[in-house]
Design a protein around this ligand. Sequence first.
Ligand SMILES: Nc1ncnc2c1ncn2[C@@H]1O[C@H](COP(=O)(O)OP(=O)(O)O)[C@@H](O)[C@H]1O
Ligand SMILES: [Mg+2]
Length: 237
Amino acid sequence: MAEGRIRTFVGGLDTRMEGGIPDKYVTLICGRAGTMKSTLAYYILYNNSKIKKKRGIYVTLEQTRVSLLEHMIKLGMDPRNLTDSGIVVIDMTRLRKETKMKSSIDDVNWVDSILQTVETYKTKYACDMLVLDSLAALYSLATFNNPRSDIFFFFEKLRELDMSVFIISEMLDPDKELFGMFGVEDFLADGIIHLDLEKSSRRVNLFLSVFKMRKTNHDRSYYPLMFDGSKFEIITD
Ligand SMILES: Nc1ncnc2c1ncn2[C@@H]1O[C@H](COP(=O)(O)OP(=O)(O)O)[C@@H](O)[C@H]1O
Ligand SMILES: [Mg+2]
C-alpha cells in the first residue's frame, strides 16, 4: 500500500483512495446518530494498532470508557488483544458533566487542556493517531466569542499535534449537508467521510462516501457499508 497514507482497513475502500487517508490529515467522520461513526473511528485505530503497530488516542466525551469498550469488545475489537501497541482511551465524560454544572470554571479553556492531555500521552506513548468523539461535545466545553476564527485556530492546534486526526461529527438535520456545526469545519478539514442511513421498506442500510479527501483521487459514490461482526466492507459491484 501507498507510503504516507493511513489505511482505513474498510474492505474495498483504501484502494479507492490511493491506499488510504494521507498521513497527518484532519478528517471528519460525519453522520446522524447510530451511523456507526464511533465504531468506524475506533476500528481504524484498532486495525492500525494491530496490523501497523501504530498507537492511537481515543478521546471520548460522549460515552464513558467502559461503555465504549464494552461496545467495541462485542464487535470483536478487544483492546487486550493489542499486544505491543495499543489505544489510549481518555475519558472526558466526567469533565463535561462537571463543567456543565459549574459555571465558575468557565474561564478555564477546556479544549486547550484536552489538547495538552493528548500531547502528553502522545509524547509518552509515541502515538500518531487521534480520535475526538465528538465535535459537538467538544464545542460544549468551549466559549466561542467568534466561532469562525476560534474554530480556525482550533483546527490549527490540531494540525500542530502532528498526528492523523479523526473528528466525529454528529449531523443533526439529515436533510441538510452540514458536516460540522458552524459550516466552516468542512472546508477546514482535509477529509470528510460521510456515513448515511437509508430506509428501504423494512430495512435500514448504511452507506459510506468519501465526500472530500485532499490530494487524493477518489469518487464520491455512496457505497453500501457492511459490518460482518468484526470487519467493515463497502460493496462496490
Ligand atoms: N453488526 C452491526 N451491523 C450494523 N449495525 C450495528 C452492528 N452492531 C451494532 N450496530 C449498531 O451500531 C450502533 C452504534 O454505533 P456507534 O458507532 O455508537 O454509532 P454513532 O457513533 O454513529 O452514534 C448501534 O445503534 C447498533 O445498533
Ligand atoms: Mg458515537
